[in-house]
Ligand binder design. Structure first.
Ligand code: PLP
Length: 429
């Protein structure tokens, strides 16, 4: 288990991720909460989908590189040493994604990788390939929903069912209509949802795309290191991954290509870095940390199933305490570490602050950025009642989460629930 006083754990305080900023907002107001509990070595961190704890081995590797001199594009010895760090990391990320090292393009994170992939122009050995429509799942991360470099009127949203899974029959139908109109299409669907953990039927989606010659991009951020990534099986052309979701540092990610010869037109142009696919001097420190995290994540992927036992026990306890609690996406395949639930009459904003004061860091199921909670587009797309969605909390476990921490969370939730009374009505669709 990670020492709670370790540099890596303290590193989590005040991070820039939107979901954690919400918790920090409560911390700032109260002047205690998670910050205070961390100082006492008691904090329980159950927000790994927002940002996983930095792995100790990653922190060690990065610490050794602080002060490292050398631009990876330089031919001298320090430059070659920087290049060696980057190429070792590239091999590790490629292994995690199940592709060749030459198919990995490092970026500043998955937001950049998604925006890079969502380009109306892709390039292959023969020239460029244009797309005039982008189809995105309704539950995608905002970096995908924004449509990347497509004009707003070229973007269509794909409906999901009550579990948050893309309706593949409707997708096939729409792809057939667009093909009949002579349109070329890029489809973007995530592997697993950040709020609910729901896993998309990517093989079926890939098959539907392939039948009409559409290109498929997958946001694999939450799936990486938790379930195997398999671009070939998904028939996906690219995938986005992020270092800080797998125990690496913030500010590093990658666009992974199934075929290095077919890629989106560069988002950043200038120098010839990343085989001319992404200009800009590489962040050696962050990329090296990403590589170490990727290696560990791949080694430990089988251990994630253990978290499913803890997560399922947690959900049983919550239902026992408040029978009207709804668990979202429970009937679909889900990531083993994620639970998104709501108890009517327990608004997430209030519960988050109450839990924070108990030294427990979770997230609201609602979208949260700049410290402001707004209702979740994911739950809305699933047809969840708006009032109930305002009560949604997300608990996301990490590799070192143990039964004691889950027990402490359940006990805290029981206390908060008792204080808030029996609550009102509301149902998941
Ligand atoms: N996609 C998903 C599903 C995410 O959960 C996130 C981060 O929360 C991102 C993309 C963006 O990743 P990054 O923080 O590396 O830009």
């Amino acid at each position: 288990m990670f020492g709670r006083n370790s540099i890596a754990f303290r590193h989590l305080r005040g991070r820039g991720n939107g979901a954690v900023e919400c918790i920090s907002a409560g911390v700032t107001r109260s002047g205690q909460g998670v910050d205070a509990a961390m100082a006492q070595g008691k904090a329980i961190y159950l927000d790994h989908n927002a940002g996983a704890k930095l792995r100790l081995a990653v922190a060690d590797a990065m610490r050794e590189l602080i002060g490292f001199t050398g631009n990876a594009s330089s031919v001298h010895a320090p430059g070659r040493a920087a290049r060696a760090q980057i190429e070792a990391a590239r091999s590790a990320v490629a292994a995690l994604a199940g592709v060749e090292a030459t198919n990995v393009v490092f970026t500043s994170g998955a937001t950049e990788a998604n925006v890079m992939a969502l380009s109306p122009v892709w390039v292959d050995g023969r020239g460029s390939r244009g797309f005039d429509r982008l189809l995105v799942g309704a539950c995608e991360h905002p970096s995908v929903l924004s449509g990347g470099r497509f004009a707003a009127d070229a973007v269509e949203t794909l409906a999901v069912d009550g579990q948050g899974r893309v309706n593949v029959a409707r997708l096939s139908q729409r792809l057939g209509e667009l093909a009949a109109e002579g349109r070329s299409v890029l489809v973007s669907v995530m592997a697993a949802n950040n709020e609910t953990g729901v896993i998309q039927p990517l093989e079926e989606i890939g098959q539907a795309a392939r039948e009409v010659g559409a290109t498929l991009h997958v946001d694999a951020v939450q799936a990486a290191g938790r379930i195997p990534l398999d671009l070939a099986r998904w028939q996906a052309d690219s995938a986005a991954v992020s270092a800080h979701k797998i125990g690496g540092p913030q500010g590093a990610g990658a666009l992974v290509l199934r075929n290095a010869g077919l890629h989106p037109a560069p988002l950043l142009t200038g120098g010839g870095q990343e085989r001319r696919k992404r200009a800009g001097t590489e962040n050696v420190l962050a990329i090296a940390g990403f590589g170490v995290a990727a290696r560990i994540a791949l080694d430990e992927i089988a251990d994630w199933e253990r978290l499913g036992v803890l997560r399922d026990g947690l959900e049983r306890d919550l239902l026992h305490i408040r029978g009207e609690t709804c668990v979202f996406g429970q009937e679909a395949p889900r990531l083993a570490n994620t639970s998104c639930f709501a108890a009517p009459g327990m608004p997430a904003e209030t519960v988050l602050i109450a839990l924070d004061l108990e030294g427990i860091a979770v997230s609201s199921g609602a979208a949260c950025s700049s410290g402001k909670v707004s209702s979740s587009h994911v739950l809305a797309a699933m047809g969840v009642d708006r009032d109930l969605a305002r009560c949604a909390l997300r608990v996301s476990l990490g590799p070192d989460t143990d039964a004691d921490e889950i027990e402490a969370f359940v006990a805290a939730w029981r206390r908060v629930s008792a204080r808030m009374g029996t609550g009102g009505a509301g149902r998941a669709a």
